[in-house]
Design a protein around this ligand. Structure first.
Ligand code: PMP
Length: 305
């Protein structure tokens, strides 16, 4: 459950949580034509709070908006400041932030430029998913819903509308007794889960699908590739077929909200030993150290308040 906070940031000002409302004629509500981000604030080893890879998230928000021909009515510095402000104003430590760029009302014809573009930054306490422990991991299936390969470039944008397919695929997975769905594309190649990137470990090599597939270029994915390389693992960005994925020693997913999550069961079969894998465990620890400010080498990933 989301715990509501005192204040959110809307169109340049801090406002009360309950005032964060919009009209039913809001364009984005009808067509999913908007873009967003998900950012984590972590309490640091020294007691402070820092936002993980804040600049890169704001950069991706602008790139997503640009892919959608949406003009963000604020500059990067203002949105960076808004993210920090909303965490500070609510006295948050471990938190999740949701910047959202949306098209307002009153027109619901496709000519979105007739309406004002609005920006919200919402933040709330977050220490991770209660139903997905880092040890226990998840039980996944390949989704019967295909990620269109033709839209590989479009999936680089974090657009609201993309997530309709994610919600349908996730719901189908739950309905059929699984906890997560992995999207394949028309070539039968692995893309990602409904909201996370995917990694496979095979004979000590860490492999993740390349940008040529319909995946979001996750910032956790990027951090994990860096950390795994520094830990001495070979890391490859290359295609993974459904069959290869089924023969992996370890599989884990990466995302801002769930960090590194082992996939311990796939299609009803154990992945490797079916336990938290050794490579996954080591990279999980390295990630946690970087996010919590315990690794001097990765301080540049942390934006302090
Ligand atoms: N893929 C999708 C579809 C996502 O929604 C997310 C979450 N933003 C990710 C991958 C992981 O990206 P990140 O590590 O930047 O959160």
């Amino acid at each position: 459950m989301i715990e509501k906070t005192q204040a959110l940031w809307l169109d340049g000002v801090l406002t009360g949580w309950d005032d964060g409302t919009t009209h039913l004629m809001t364009h984005t509500l009808h067509y999913g034509f908007g873009v967003f981000e998900g950012i984590r604030a972590y309490q640091q080893a020294d007691g402070g709070t820092a936002l993980f890879r804040l600049e890169e998230h704001i950069e991706r928000l602008f790139a997503s908006a640009s892919a959608a021909f949406l003009e963000v009515p604020f500059d990067r510095a203002t949105l960076l400041g808004a993210c920090k402000e909303v965490v500070r104003a609510n006295g948050l430590r471990d938190a999740y932030l949701r910047p959202l760029v949306f098209v307002s009302e009153p027109n619901i014809i496709f000519a979105h430029w007739l309406n004002r573009v609005r920006v919200a930054v919402i933040a709330f306490p977050w220490v991770g998913y209660s139903d997905r422990s880092q040890q226990e991991g998840t039980n996944a299936k390949f989704s019967p819903y295909v990620r269109p390969k033709a839209h590989a470039a479009f999936y680089k944008a974090k657009m609201c509308g993309h997530y309709a397919l994610s919600v349908v695929a996730y719901s189908e997975a739950i309905r059929t007794g699984f906890k997560q769905a992995i999207f394949l594309d028309e070539d039968g190649m692995v893309c990602e889960t409904t909201g996370e990137n995917l990694f496979m470990v095979k004979e000590q090599v860490v492999v993740t699908p390349p940008s040529s597939r319909s995946i979001l270029m996750g910032l956790t994915r990027d951090a994990v590739m860096t950390l795994a390389r520094e830990l001495g693992y070979r890391v490859e960005e290359r295609d993974i077929s459904r069959e290869e994925c089924l023969s992996a020693d370890e599989i884990f997913t990466t995302g801002t909200a769930s960090e590194l999550l082992p996939v311990r069961m796939l299609e009803g079969r154990p992945v490797g030993t079916g336990q938290l894998g050794p490579v996954t465990a080591v990279v999980q620890q390295a990630f946690s150290a970087a996010a919590r400010g315990r690794a001097a080498r990765y301080k540049h990933w942390l934006a302090t308040l």
